[in-house]
Design a protein around this ligand. Sequence first.
Ligand code: SAH
Length: 254
Amino acid sequence: MTGRLVVVGLGPGDSRYLTPEAQSMLAAAEVVFGYGPYLDRLPSQPNQQRFSSDNREERARAAAALGWAAAGANVALVSGGDPGVFAMAAVVCQEIESGPAAWRDLDVVFVPGVTAMLAVAARIGAPLGQDFCAISLSDNLKPWDLIERRLDAAASAGLVIALYNPISRARPWQLGAALERLRIHLPATTPVVLGRAVGRSDERIAATTLDTVDPAAADMATLIIVGSAQTRMIDRPGRPPLIYTPRSATGAPT
Ligand code: SAH
């Protein structure tokens, strides 16, 4: 019998965001690989082996999961959010491309999950209501000047921008530099949303503007949405504001 590798997205937080497909794939798995805190979120299951690993050991984790599947096991590899968004699905593909030829023969399935930008957007209205993009601010895997060029291009094209991996202890200045860069292109009043740990008990959502947003208000668990010049904020008495980007655009670039 040949094994199988299922790359599963857990969504942003608690089990409400776990799709029925992800749930049944996880229940069927004999072996589960993942970053420790993600494994902790899963209901315990008898006779299921679990291997937690450090977040930085992505390639080794993908290779180990493929190795178990090649040996005949039904293996799940979990990612927060969606596995295809700045996460393990691409690492698995890379390992298959560069690994033993037998791995190309494996049954590999990718199960989507709710990615952080969609969960944050849903908390505040419809900031992604029109054209948008997602940029990771991590310069571990790409040079900072490429990130700056992408920020310039996205903002000047009028795209709403979702910023993943905004800040960490090892990358303390990048978010401030990115916001400075965006201020060159966008009005000071451009709405900005900070969504922290969405879907978890310590969730926090804040709406602010590009001129006042404080990089220190973000951490590794924060997803930031920077609007375009067309993004609007509706104040509401006694309720949080709604932020949305109208579905129609004028011909002007921003
Ligand atoms: N695959 C994940 C993203 C991994 S990159 C997904 O699809 O969501 C890690 C980054 O995702 C974090 O630095 C943060 O920017 C964002 N993120 C992940 N979970 C989040 C959550 N629950 N709330 C807010 N942002 C989150």
